[in-house]
Design a protein around this ligand. Structure first.
Ligand SMILES: NC(=O)c1ccc[n+]([C@@H]2O[C@H](COP(=O)([O-])OP(=O)(O)OC[C@H]3O[C@@H](n4cnc5c(N)ncnc54)[C@H](O)[C@@H]3O)[C@@H](O)[C@H]2O)c1
Length: 251
């Protein structure tokens, strides 16, 4: 059990990649906090884990609201006594459609930044005091090939995911003295149970053809990197961005 008794907060774990991680990490012995905005999906994800005999709870969290993230950290420590891992997975993502740079409504731009970037900062600020006390912690952020490749029609999302990489490097420098590792994973297209206009079957096939390893990008192909970054095996890695993308492009 590689993550036995590690307390892992996963934001946005009510669906998609985060939900898959929650189930898999629980299977590796972790105690999972599903920190999700959507009450129904978040509670259902936690229930699914506990009904399989593993440990999880749901804490309703809006990562873009600082008080909500403070509550997330406090409730986690009340329930499980510590915070070992924070996986910053929540984002405004699957609900976004293509829009040119001059057609993105200002409130949509602001919401993407509030969740994808400010939310990351709030979640880190909320958990780091506990990790500093423990003199150990793992923070895993989530970026995207969209910014490496400069994906068109998605400017707010692309900008937010570029910011995640800079944020990771800067924060890693600030918290290393407490043995807190801050790393980032950057995915290319990942197929989940949520259908997206932005990643139809033609796009999926095109991406797979460019990869060295020609299997579809799916959460089961990513989770090994997450388990590694959450585990003690990655204790000397910080500030890095890892690209589990089947060799779609190189960094
Ligand atoms: N799926 C892909 O192809 C892909 C590719 C690259 C990067 N990513 C990144 O991976 C992560 C997960 O992707 P996904 O496909 O599962 O996304 P998704 O949109 O399906 O799921 C995101 C989850 O975050 C939650 N969420 C949204 N706002 C929130 C808030 N304010 N507070 C708490 N939770 C909130 C949603 O309710 C949802 O459960 C995201 O950061 C995304 O940007 C995904």
């Amino acid at each position: 059990m590689r993550l036995k008794d590690k307390v892992c907060i996963i934001t946005g774990a009510g669906q998609g990649i985060g939900k898959y991680y929650a189930k898999k990490l629980a299977g590796k012995g972790a105690k999972i906090v599903v920190a999700e905005y959507n009450e129904e999906s978040g509670q259902a994800a936690a229930n699914e884990i506990t009904s399989n005999g593993n440990e999880a709870c749901f804490i309703q969290t809006d990562v873009s609201n600082e008080n909500s993230t403070i509550n997330m950290a406090e409730k986690t420590v009340q329930k499980y006594g510590r915070i070992d891992v924070l996986i910053n997975n929540a984002a405004i993502f699957a609900s976004l459609g293509f829009k040119s740079y001059d057609q993105i409504p200002v409130d949509e731009w602001d919401r993407v930044m509030a969740v994808n970037l400010k939310g990351l900062w709030f979640c880190c600020k909320a958990v780091i005091p506990y990790m500093k006390e423990q003199k150990k912690g793992k923070i895993i952020n989530t970026s995207s090939s969209a910014w490496d490749l400069g994906r068109a029609q998605y400017l707010h999302y692309v900008t937010s995911k570029a910011g995640v990489v800079g944020f990771t490097r800067g924060l890693a420098k600030e918290v290393g003295d407490w043995d807190i590792n801050v790393n980032c994973v950057s995915y290319a297209g990942v197929i989940t149970e949520i259908e997206r206009e932005s990643y139809n079957t033609d796009a999926q096939q095109w991406v797979m053809n460019q990869q060295c390893i020609k299997r579809p990008g799916a959460p089961n192909e990513l989770v090994g990197t997450i388990i590694f970054l959450a585990s003690d095996d990655s204790d000397f890695i910080s500030g890095q961005t890892i690209h589990p993308n089947g060799g779609f492009y190189f960094h």
